[in-house]
Design a protein around this ligand. Structure first.
Ligand SMILES: [Zn+2]
Length: 624
């Protein structure tokens, strides 16, 4: 473990970043460690120290002294040689360890002047819509290509190497032709510690890995399905029934190696999704789950108290002490191999979650991501010992406070459509938030009679809760576009319908975002996802589109609470989906959208969910 040394290296970088705009001593050492025709060493994400430097922010250089700056001239000469030697189309200064806002980008639109220098660059304007650029790659990330989310054009400002201030619009995002604008965006990201793998519009898993994951999800035979129904519901479906369920998508299958294989939870899903199927069985199981949700609601609605904000009510606080454990069996790791794990850890930037406190962890050395990433984690490492399983654990406590907004008492102001918040949370985020023809036409038809944004929320929420019953979901990393999947199969789990809700709200120009973690209700601890919607002058309002689903069309009281409220039994871990980890993962994630179970990898590969176990235990819980 070298975390101490690492910390001191990082500190010295950060120190110079704040107090100096000329090259630091360490940077000058790098600049002059070879003659001016020699290339630099390009930092690699596969190296631990390199990977952390690649995640740091760079500083502007002194714009007045560009023309006469000999250090800069020497640096740019070597940086160009590094670019030529690598065969890349762009390179940023931090990729060679110099944390300055400098990069080179290939001018595909000006063939006569192939490589341009950008000093202190800025993206001053871009459209809201994005494109999915194919096969992005990076000199710092060996052997990986992936499709990244980019703007089709950008207005930029930068100094060239003669010190002239340039303002221009860069276009071009086609892999087949000019993609100058994408190169600029990719290099610009490096200056902020962002890599293309943070902006993927499709899961970064290759087709073999995708096939493996699908095969694990689809592991039942037709016989297994029949047996499950016989032993759980005491009746035998006819072949005709099974065929019908298959055709309508209720009984989900894939053809794997020439055989029909059914989704591992396809059998129980039949009775969750299909009212006709429920007539064959004793539906008390489904009813009792609904009753549980209703009890929570009845209690909640009796416990709410007013706040200073009109229409906003709060619930009693609940403090919870949990232990989270990941166990990798001895069979999955080799003796002497380092196993790395990211365990979920509570956020501190959520007003409804307070008193976050660390209690203990299985390893003395650990790294807390804190709130700098969309997924908050505690990172630990262990070296495998022959014949012993590996266990990572962490204990922490937190206080959660639910809230509810009475939508009839709220009058939102008009949106400030130029604000960063508005632009970010009304934009598309491929592959799961896309304003497709399906989303556009369905949303338009659901909201056609609405007179306000509040009514839009009510219409969309009611439509989703009434039409898409809860069902156990395939692994998200295997689904190309989750809202489209919900529309196609007429079902969804909590995160799937949350993404549908967010897509529809954003399409209507209403800011909406993802939020997820765990639900910690007494007797009902589980992964859970929900959303938040923003009304100007009011703020972010929680929306849980999962609770109170089930019976078609009957819009009960529970839906009203969770349309603009959340209970006090939540552990908040993610404030967006498909975000970053700190420290960064080296291998493709097991879960490419969400983060609750954790992520595990060795120095050689990602360890997928079938290779380890996870457990969240409630040690104690107290309602204030
Ligand atoms: Zn790069």
């Amino acid at each position: 473990m070298k975390f101490k040394t690492l910390a001191s290296i990082l500190f010295s970088f950060q120190f110079t970043l704040i107090f100096s705009q000329s090259f630091t001593e360490r940077e000058l050492e790098i600049i002059y460690n070879g003659d001016e025709d020699s290339p630099f060493r390009v930092l690699q994400t596969t190296d631990k120290v390199d990977s952390l430097i690649l995640r740091m922010e760079s500083a502007d250089i002194d714009a007045d002294s560009i023309a006469g700056n000999e250090d800069l001239r020497y640096f740019l000469k070597r940086l160009k040689n590094t670019l030529y030697a690598s065969g890349g189309v762009g390179i940023a200064a931090p990729q060679v360890g110099v944390l300055k806002n400098i990069f080179l980008f290939m001018r595909m639109n000006h063939p006569e002047q192939l490589v341009e220098t950008a000093l202190n660059p800025k993206i001053v304007s871009h459209p809201i819509e994005t494109v999915c650029f194919e096969r992005d790659g990076c000199l710092s990330i060996p052997e990986l290509r992936g499709n990244s989310i980019r703007f089709p054009w950008i207005d930029v400002e930068y100094y060239d190497d003669s010190g002239n201030l340039i303002n221009e619009r860069l276009e071009g995002y086609s892999r087949m032709g000019d993609f100058t604008s994408v190169i600029f965006q990719h290099e610009y990201d490096h200056l902020n510690g962002i890599l293309f793998i943070d902006r993927l519009c499709q899961p970064l898993i290759n087709s073999d890995e995708l096939d493996r994951r699908v095969a694990l999800d689809f592991n039942k035979s037709r016989d297994d399905i029949v047996k499950w129904i016989q032993s759980n519901h005491n009746f035998t479906p006819t072949e005709k029934q099974l065929d019908e369920w298959e055709e309508s998508g209720i009984l989900e299958f894939r053809i794997i190696e020439g055989e029909k294989r059914y989704f591992r939870n396809a059998a129980p899903n039949i009775f969750r999704v299909n009212a006709d199927a429920r007539q064959f069985i004793n539906s008390s199981i489904i009813k009792s789950a609904e009753a549980g949700a209703k009890n929570i609601l009845d209690t909640h609605l009796n416990e709410i108290s007013e706040t200073d904000i009109k229409g906003k009510y709060v619930l009693p606080e609940v403090s919870t002490h949990v232990k989270y454990t990941i166990t990798v069996p001895e069979s999955e790791v080799n003796d002497g191999e380092t196993v790395k794990a990211w365990l979920p850890y509570p956020r501190m930037d959520i007003d409804r979650q307070t008193n976050v406190s660390f209690i203990n962890a299985s390893q003395d050395n650990y790294i807390l991501s804190e709130d700098q990433t969309e997924h908050t984690s505690i990172y630990m490492e262990q070296v495998a010992k022959k014949g012993e399983p590996i266990t990572f654990s962490v204990e922490f406590s937190f206080t959660s406070q639910g809230e509810w907004f009475d939508l009839s008492q709220i009058t939102p102001k008009p949106y400030n459509k130029d604000s960063e918040l508005y632009r970010k949370y009304t934009s598309q985020k491929p592959p799961h938030i896309v304003f497709s023809e399906n989303i556009r036409s369905l949303t338009d038809s659901i909201t056609r009679n609405d007179k306000s944004e509040i009514e839009n929320l009510q219409s969309i929420y009611s439509y989703i809760t009434s039409n898409f019953p809860w069902a156990s979901a395939l692994e998200y990393s295997t689904i190309p576009n989750i809202p489209e999947y919900v529309l196609q199969y007429n079902k969804g789990d909590c995160g799937q319908v949350a993404l549908l809700l967010i897509s529809m709200l954003r399409y209507k120009g209403i800011p909406a975002r993802w939020q997820s973690g765990w639900m910690t209700h007494p007797g009902e601890v589980n992964l859970h996802d929900w959303a938040e919607v923003y009304f100007e002058g009011v703020g972010w309002i929680p929306v849980d589109v999962s609770f109170g689903r089930g019976e078609p069309l009957n819009n009960r009281i529970g839906r009203k609470f969770f349309m603009s409220g959340i209970d006090s039994y939540r552990l908040y871990i993610n404030n967006d989906f498909s975000g970053k980890f700190y420290p960064a993962k080296q291998f493709p994630r097991s879960e490419t959208v969400d983060f609750q179970r954790g992520e595990v990898e060795t120095e050689k590969e990602n360890l997928y969910f079938n290779k380890w176990d996870y457990k969240l235990e409630i040690i104690s819980q107290k309602k204030e």
